[in-house]
Design a protein around this ligand. Structure first.
Ligand code: ADP
Ligand code: MG
Length: 766
């Protein structure tokens, strides 16, 4: 009898060859197979008839093949299928449909699923590129007929070509469930299930694959049936339980109990250049309270672009330094690290203490790196600012007290800070800062063991940024406007998606020698390169690989004709912006060159900075009032918001001009509209989350976050909250009030261990 842990190769209907294909999809056990849920369902109990359907509806239709035809148009082969139901008919069209030739015969019954379009030629309906399935007829075996007709039928994403498509999965999963009847082990305490009104595991698994007659189709498609909720809860419960344990473990670790005295406060007062906002005071209070605790701090400081996170961090670092510890600030790009370095230097110059600040980035020359490392190791550097090089260059601190990570969304970085301290020393405190306004519940869950502080107030005196979207034809006017602003003593940025020519026809990320932080953006991936979100597969209902490929060919991505920073710098310098002082900044310059350019722009010696997205994150030049983004349609929402955040940092009115290329997708259009409409980072993040799905939004793939089997953080927020509460309750219940029997609880813990190691891989060493 198969069990959940049975290797798929022994599952009925799977042989060594298929097992290999499944392994490629991450499916190695019977359990994996059972948790590969249908991504949608077709109601074949009572199929809809053609005469009741209207254009615009998305529907599944069962009808009879009347005719099939491959047409060779000038552009591409087009396959046309005519389906009929009594006197009603419908046409289905597939572009590049040559592969369909010979597949259909008159008289066959076919189920198609897609959006109904009005058809011009006749009064009939039409579907373009629908998904289809030829339904079994009398010559097929009884089992196939039983599983596919006259019931709610599950539709699966293929696990390997047409061979392991829906039909194959229906049979294998049906048999598997049948073989395991009554023996699927439960993993949640029965009392908990009962209290929460969740079905048991076996029932849930059976009913998500084979919904009983009469199950609500709407609930099924939304993954909202009790059975779906049960499986989603199960997954999130074990995630949250693991996170809960991590938090507890952290509280038991030995950290540094910093003290705050008048001396410390005085040190801060000396350097503060302005009155902190109430939000800055509050968040600093939360941070300092953590720092005073003997356990290590793990805190996330979340604040929209321009909310003034840096100064909060600097104050925390002063606390550490005044306690005789070293502080480190890590930034995702060299430019940002350099900027922090310059700014910190300037501020700390006002101090009566002799703080020594050291910069360490990957592209510094070896001599300077060696010198920095020496200073850090001997304890002569009090404040160390750098990129990931701080971790990579095996820097060992003399007495590291606080690490601040700026604009960082990555998981898996935490434990590596331990490499930076000497053995047998207490663990440094860690403060992570991000501008991505992650909805609070998600932040709490995603960052798991981090506490969260929110900077929800902008410093005073900001005027809103005027944002406009313009097509390329308005370029002349835009350049005139830039000239005018420079005439008023202001500065401008002009941003391009690529550095140079078409050979690097890709949005730039300035992490060339730093594979670790590529895609630092949860939310910073450029739209143009966005891959299918890893977690969306369950929701979206894929059109099938065949079709997306065809669609690409039919509509070649706008690959060529992108303006680049290098070329436009030259063009603008000699053309529309001649006479102005232009600078060029991109990721291919070395650290010194970047530093020089940034310094000159900061000092106002450069009027217009032509750049790539290297300036996306964190750059702070308050006198800059104009942000022009060319090919704005190629950028993601979070990225545009970040770019816009480079201006509006001073009291003068600021402008953001989003220039578009020729072709703008519907989604691109929507992003631009949202940018024009609102400046609220939270609203934009919510929208971004909706448009891209959480997988892409959080960059979970890169971040090493769990790739959920059934849960979807956006859709299942409410279940997530529940799971979090339940996990805390379970973990913290004393023996007396614990829910469930001892055996049940033991099973929960053992499953937790297994789940975390196998699926999430989040377990930290030590
Ligand atoms: P971000 O949160 O995006 O990192 P920064 O820390 O770069 O924001 O701050 C944005 C700008 O606001 C900087 O020029 C900074 O000097 C300024 N600033 C920060 N706090 C205040 C404040 N309390 N009053 C006035 N200006 C402030
Ligand atoms: Mg910042």
């Amino acid at each position: 009898m198969p069990g959940l842990e049975t290797q798929v190769v022994y599952v009925r209907g799977v042989g060594p060859q298929v097992a290999k294909m499944l392994a490629a999809k991450g499916i190695t056990t019977a359990e994996d197979l059972l948790y590969h849920l249908p991504f949608r369902y077709e109601d074949r109990q009572n199929p809809r008839s053609l005469d009741e359907l209207k254009p615009g509806e998305t529907a599944s239709v069962i009808a009879e093949v009347r005719g099939a035809l491959l047409m060779r148009t000038r552009k591409m082969p087009l396959f046309e299928l005519t389906l009929g139901q009594g006197r009603f008919a419908m046409k289905c069209l597939w572009f590049h449909g040559n592969y369909l030739e010979g597949k259909f015969h008159a008289g066959q019954t076919v189920a198609v699923y897609g959006k109904l379009e009005p058809s011009r030629s006749t009064a009939n309906l039409k579907m373009i590129q629908p998904q289809f399935e030829i339904l079994p007829d009398a010559s097929d075996d009884a089992e196939t007929r039983l599983l596919e007709v006259g019931r709610i039928t599950p539709v699966y994403e293929s696990l390997g070509g047409s061979r392991l498509a829906s039909r194959w999965q229906r049979k294998v999963i049906f048999n598997l469930l049948d073989g395991m009847r009554g023996s699927v082990p439960e993993c949640l305490p029965a009392a908990m299930q009962k209290r929460l009104g969740l079905p048991d595991r076996e029932t849930a698994l059976r009913e998500v694959h084979y919904p009983p007659e009469g199950t609500s189709m709407a609930q099924l498609q939304a993954w909202a049936t009790p059975s779906h909720r049960r499986l989603i809860f199960e997954e999130l419960f074990f995630l949250e339980l693991g996170l809960e344990l991590k938090r507890r473990k952290m509280r038991e670790r030995v950290g540094i109990a910093f003290t705050t005295s008048d001396k410390v406060r005085e040190a801060i007062r000396e350097v503060l250049p302005f009155h902190p906002t109430a939000a800055q005071k509050r968040t600093l209070g939360e941070i300092v309270a953590d720092m005073r605790q003997p356990s290590p701090m793990r805190r996330l400081l979340q604040g929209d672009v321009g909310s003034g996170k840096t100064i909060v961090a600097l104050q925390a670092m002063l606390v550490a330094m005044e306690n005789g510890y070293q502080a480190a600030l890590m930034a995702p790009t060299e430019i940002l690290a350099t900027q922090h370095y310059l700014a910190a230097k300037k501020l700390l110059e006002r101090s009566s203490r002799n703080y020594r600040i050291v910069l360490l980035t990957g592209s510094l020359d070896e001599d300077r790196k060696r010198a920095s490392r020496g200073l850090i190791n001997r304890g002569d550097a009090h404040l160390v600012i750098g990129t990931h090089a701080l971790i990579e260059e095996k820097v060992e601190f003399d007495r590291l007290g606080l690490v601040v990570v700026d604009e960082q969304h990555r998981f898996g970085v935490m434990q590596r800070f331990r490499l930076m301290k000497k053995p047998n020393q207490a663990e440094p405190d860690v403060l992570v800062m991000t501008a991505t306004p992650i909805p609070r519940t998600l932040a709490l869950s995603l960052y798991g063991d981090l506490d969260v502080s929110i900077l929800d107030e902008l410093p005073p005196g900001r005027t809103p940024i005027l944002t406009q979207s313009r097509t390329g034809e308005h370029a002349e006017k835009v350049w005139d406007f830039v000239r005018k602003q420079v005439g008023l003593g202001r500065q401008a940025y002009i941003v391009y998606p690529v550095i140079e020519g078409s050979k690097d026809d890709q949005p730039e990320l300035d992490f060339s020698h730093d594979e670790q932080i590529v895609g630092v953006g949860a939310g910073f991936g450029a739209a143009a390169t966005a891959k299918a979100p890893p977690m969306s597969r369950a929701r979206k209902g894929k059109t099938g690989e065949l079709f997306s490929k065809a669609a690409q060919e039919a509509n070649p991505a706008a690959k060529s004709g992108l303006k680049s920073a290098v070329e436009m710098h030259e063009k603008l310098r000699t053309g529309p912006l001649s006479g102005l002082r232009l600078g060029l900044l991109h990721g291919r310059l070395n650290a010194d060159e970047k530093e020089v350019i940034m310094r000159r722009f900061q000092r106002g010696e450069i009027d217009v900075l032509v750049a790539t997205t290297v300036i996306e994150v964190g750059v702070d030049v308050p006198n800059a009032t104009v942000m022009v983004v060319e090919h704005a349609e190629r950028f993601g929402l979070a990225q545009l918001h970040q770019l816009r955040g480079r201006v509006g940092r001073g009291a003068a009115k600021s402008y953001c001009i989003l220039m578009t290329g020729e072709r703008v997708s519907e989604q691109g259009e929507e992003r631009l509209k949202a940018m024009v409409r609102t400046q609220d980072g939270f609203e934009l993040a919510e929208l971004d989350l909706q448009m891209r799905g959480p997988g892409e939004f959080f960059g979970t793939r890169q971040a090493g976050l769990p790739d959920f089997r059934v849960a979807n953080l956006l859709r299942d927020r409410e279940v997530l909250e529940l799971a979090k509460r339940e996990a805390a309750r379970f973990a913290n219940a004393s023996a007396a009030e614990a829910e469930g029997t001892e055996a049940e609880r033991a099973r929960v813990w053992s499953r937790l261990k297994d789940a975390w190691q196998r699926k999430y891989g989040l377990v930290e060493a030590g």
